[in-house]
Design a protein around this ligand. Structure first.
Ligand SMILES: [Zn+2]
Length: 157
């Protein structure tokens, strides 16, 4: 057997490192956490997607008493974007979260596997990289693409 290694490059950034467009996307993701419906986990996640047409579409996690029926903020946002603006390319997505204490999480929060796969579909449709900004209270992680967050992804579609 041959041992192999997968490495992921990303940037560590402070809020002030972003341009005004990036700052706006981060603020929209933070604001979207207020529209979360999370009576079970009390973990409020917001996502904001900037589209090629300049629109920013947001989503927030929507939980349900029948747990699998709920959805994450990222999928809420990308499916809404796909439904409202079919065929419009994604530029970037920012994701923020507030923990059970109601405060923004100190560490950036990463999307779950299902959301990574869902976002990958839109990245593939866009035909270019979609930047992913994971927003923590004091700093962010910036990934150059959705695919970079999903090594060995299922992308043969
Ligand atoms: Zn998810």
């Amino acid at each position: 057997m041959e041992k192999r290694k997968i490495e992921i490059e990303y940037e560590l950034a402070q809020f002030d490192d972003f341009c005004s467009i990036g700052k706006q996307l981060i603020e929209e993701a933070r604001r979207a956490t207020e529209r979360s419906y999370a009576p079970y986990s009390h973990f409020c996640v917001g996502a904001a997607i900037r589209l090629d047409n300049g629109e920013i579409v947001t989503g927030a996690n929507q939980e349900n008493a029948a747990y699998p029926s709920g959805t994450c903020a990222e999928r809420s946002a990308c499916f809404y974007a796909g439904a409202q603006y079919p065929g419009v390319k994604f530029d970037a997505i920012a994701i923020a979260a507030r923990g059970t204490d109601g405060q923004f999480t100190p560490e950036p929060v990463a999307p779950c596997g299902a959301c990574r796969q869902s976002l990958l579909e839109y990245e593939k449709l866009a035909g270019r990289s979609v930047k992913v900004i994971l927003v923590g209270r004091d700093y962010c992680y910036v990934f150059p693409s959705v695919a970079s967050l999903l090594p060995l992804c299922f992308a043969d579609f």
